[in-house]
Design a binder for this molecule. Sequence first.
Ligand SMILES: [Mg+2]
Length: 247
Amino acid sequence: MQAAPASHAPPALSALAAHGQVALFLDFDGTLVDLAARPDAITPAVDLCARLEALCVRLGGACALVSGRSIADIERHIGHIDVPIAGSHGADIRGPAGTRLGTGPVTLPAAIESELRAFAKVEGIDYEHKPHGGALHYRSRPQSRAKTHSFAKALAAKHGWTTQSGKCVVELVAGHANKGSAVEILMGEEKFAGARPIFLGDDLTDEAGFAVCQGQGGLGILVGPKRDTHAQYRLDSVACVHNWLEF
Ligand SMILES: [Mg+2]
């Protein structure tokens, strides 16, 4: 489907669920938690973990977090959570029974990582090591945007890796997984099978999730300002998402 601006608020979750089982896929940063100046500076609601676990029970287990953060990083911020998680952009998935699904994250070779670190140092931006790659964050120095993206793209192309772009961040990743493939894998699990998939997310990497949900008869919900997207609906903010989830 052609990308177009999403402008309408979605029907209430309880109304959607009244028509049959739904499966919720929830991005983390910018969707469940407000963005901060640096990835480590986020302040999740203190009861976020408990509310997500209750939501997952309410949906019969058909609920998952889908994030560019690693699973360990998410749990460092909200504690251990008894909800399926696709971390590292879908490269590392902990399924409903706690079993690992997917191929697992691929670590960035040291030579590439040292080039990213050196660039970040010279450019005065932040480098973040991840289990599945490395990220350059330029939120503190937005004028570095174009230079950072072209450097990351050239470096990725040189070494056979790929880039994922987000809000004030570009990451080098192995390219074998994304948020859409995470949805496909989880929809193959018993608790999700046959449900109508719904993906909530705020960033460009969430578009793959929106598209897969739509392809399976579900829908996408963009969080944040209006923009071209594959999502059919939109919610203004993290607070609106919490309301919509009936937190
Ligand atoms: Mg996000």
